[in-house]
Design a protein around this ligand. Structure first.
Ligand SMILES: Nc1ncnc2c1ncn2[C@@H]1O[C@H](COP(=O)(O)OP(=O)(O)OP(=O)(O)O)[C@@H](O)[C@H]1O
Length: 267
């Protein structure tokens, strides 16, 4: 005897749809000629969440960032920021509330600390889509720049040419330049690289403050202790594939991660 079929539930027309994740990467594959740099990567970053992307050199971490920023085109798969496709320009990213720091810092030598930080603050104000991300574009670039320099302890060197500063201070300038636009999604490429223990502890505090303010963070980092300290979730890449993901404790205990990465770091 066949069972009576249960009517499928009808969608509730009054239901509020769940908000899209701040960042959703689905099935992302990127090939450079014959080299598959990313192979079906899935990754999400929720509201006010810190996700770390780790893996050995060449695993594909920076390529994920570049795809999120629209700098490399996916061979297949998708990148969605707040539910919409990745913009293809720097001002488009600013308008969507995305900011990024670079491994190589990318500061403008010959310009002061303040001038460096004013560049995106001004662009966020005059960009074509200001306010499109929900209204956080700084209304007054100078005030926004001063506020972020004070927050990061850089006010005293605001008038100093960036190239005259020691490396840890230049790294903080790069972070200030990203934070001045009050991003909703912050991409940090090796933020702890080249820093000593004291600066790494300060950086961890800044990341926590930023997240407490509602920003989501995706970071690429080789400094495992820093990652385990600040990340809510960790995604491990190896040869362009996700080999593990979970809380820091889950990932630390995963033998595949030990084999692919953590063992190498400890060695
Ligand atoms: N524009 C490009 N053209 C050709 N190959 C590239 C390009 N960008 C990256 N690759 C290759 O793609 C692979 C992934 O590189 P990617 O820089 O994303 O790795 P990564 O995990 O960020 O490494 P690292 O930790 O050293 O920064 C590497 O084999 C790299 O040589």
């Amino acid at each position: 005897m066949s069972r009576p079929t249960r009517p499928s539930p009808r969608p509730d027309p009054g239901a509020v749809p769940a908000p899209a994740p701040r960042l959703e990467v689905a099935g992302l594959t990127v090939s450079f000629g014959g080299l598959t740099a990313l192979d079906g990567v899935d990754l999400t970053v929720g509201d006010a969440e810190t996700v770390a992307l780790i893996g050995p050199n060449g695993a594909g971490k920076t390529t994920v960032f570049n795809a999120v920023c629209g700098l490399v085109r996916p061979t297949s798969g998708s990148v969605r920021i707040g539910g919409a496709g990745a913009p293809a320009s720097a001002t488009g990213l600013l308008g969507r509330g995305v900011a990024r720091t670079l491994q190589g810092l990318g500061l403008f030598d010959g310009m002061t600390v303040l001038e460096n930080v004013l560049v995106p603050a001004t662009a966020a104000r005059v960009g074509p889509r200001r306010g499109a991300r929900g209204g956080a574009a700084p209304s007054e670039p100078r005030a926004a720049a001063d506020a972020v320099l004070e927050r990061l302890g850089l006010l005293d060197v605001a008038g100093t040419p960036v190239e005259a500063l020691p490396y840890p201070d230049r790294k903080r300038v790069a972070l200030a330049r990203a934070l001045v636009t009050r991003p909703r999604l912050l991409l940090l490429d090796e933020p702890a690289g080249g820093l000593g223990a004291e600066d790494i502890a300060a950086l961890a505090g800044t990341v926590r403050d930023v997240v407490a303010g509602g920003c989501s963070v995706l970071l690429v980092e080789h400094h495992v202790d820093f990652v385990m300290d600040v990340a809510d979730r960790v995604v491990v890449l190896d040869f362009g594939r996700v080999v593990a993901s979970g809380t820091p404790d889950q990932v630390r205990a995963d033998p595949a991660v030990e084999a692919a990465y953590l063992g190498l770091v400890a060695a």
